[in-house]
Design a protein around this ligand. Structure first.
Ligand SMILES: [Zn+2]
Length: 321
């Protein structure tokens, strides 16, 4: 009991220090939007991140009774309810409608399982805003989303590595091959050994904790892992369109730490389609919501624009952490 008390005290102290020492997001230069981040970004270390066991709820799921509190934030809740599906904006430099695609990540970030249209969500958002030196009004404003977007991108070790330029790929002989069943449709996948081990732990937990994920073994299989820089270069030269939001010239996949996970696809879409309809479809999926709520337990961070793209943060891109 005494040990538990001491552990709890340290946990509270750690959370306090993390909040107190975190730099104000509004001072940070916004990173660019593609998988290729700015060379000036600095990453937050995730090795000691606390596990998150809480399940996530879709916006229209059964609403906990206390989501209607406090009444004082009703106006903010109404504003959020309108913007989550109706705001016309370009948070990634490309016009899109609303922010429901990112609602699971937002909920996780502010530690709220209530829907974006609720007062409790607004209250949790206000707390997050206050901790990040933003107007704590509980409204998902564009500056608030931008601060959150920057926070998310900074968690990616690849972003830190890019400070020194596009990182070299590890020797292919150092990579481990995934089992055939781990690749989407049996695709051959290779990753850094520790990243593959973390992936296996994560998927085993997902299938154990969520029967629906265990029932369809295509879910959470890997459709892209390590990609040789020369292959990506050749694809860029052949198809064009690289150096954009949807296709990086220096891809995180060269590190052997990034993986694209199958989350299903919208009807008529490919699993990796960055069309908004497909991203929204995936963001509503149980597989994605489980990843958002639990990925960090296993050291995985997301690239928020692409629900399927996850990076293992347990090892630095240089492999020296
Ligand atoms: Zn990817």
């Amino acid at each position: 009991m005494r040990t538990l008390t001491i552990v709890a005290a340290f946990a509270i102290l750690a959370v306090f220090l993390a909040v107190a020492l975190s730099p104000p997001s509004r001072k940070a230069a916004p990173p660019p939007v593609a998988e290729t981040p700015a060379a000036t970004e600095v990453v937050e270390q995730l090795a000691g991140a606390a596990p998150v066991l809480r399940p996530s709820l879709p916006p229209d799921a059964i609403v906990p009774a206390d989501c209607a509190d406090p009444v004082a934030l009703s106006a903010a809740a109404v504003d959020n309810a309108a913007s989550v599906t109706g705001r016309e904006w370009s948070p990634w430099g490309r016009p899109e409608l609303g922010w429901e695609i990112y609602a699971p990540l937002v909920g996780q970030e502010i530690s709220s399982t209530c829907p974006p249209s609720s007062q409790a969500f607004a209250a949790a958002l206000a707390r997050w805003q206050g901790a990040h030196r933003l107007d704590a009004n509980g409204v998902m404003t564009a500056p608030t989303f931008e601060a959150m977007r920057v926070t998310w991108l900074r968690r990616r070790p690849f972003v830190a590595a890019m400070a020194k330029g596009c990182p070299p790929a590890p020797p292919e002989t150092s990579l481990a091959a995934a089992d055939k069943a781990e690749g989407y449709s049996g695709k051959a996948i290779s990753l850094r050994p520790a990243a593959l081990a973390a992936y296996r732990s994560m998927v085993a937990a997902a299938r154990m904790e969520v029967p629906e994920l265990a029932a369809d073994h295509r879910l959470l299989t890997i459709f892209s892992g390590y990609r040789a820089p020369a292959d990506d270069e050749a694809r860029c030269d052949k198809d064009g369109g690289c150096g954009t939001l949807t296709r990086a010239r220096c891809s995180a996949h060269r590190t052997g730490l990034a993986m694209d996970l199958y989350l299903g696809e919208a009807p008529g879409s490919r699993p990796e389609s960055s069309e908004d309809g497909n991203r929204l479809f995936q963001s509503r999926s149980l597989a994605y919501r489980w990843l958002v709520a639990n990925g960090m337990r296993f050291g995985f961070v997301s690239y928020p624009f692409e629900p399927w793209h996850w990076e293992w943060a347990g090892e630095s891109v240089e492999g020296t952490r």
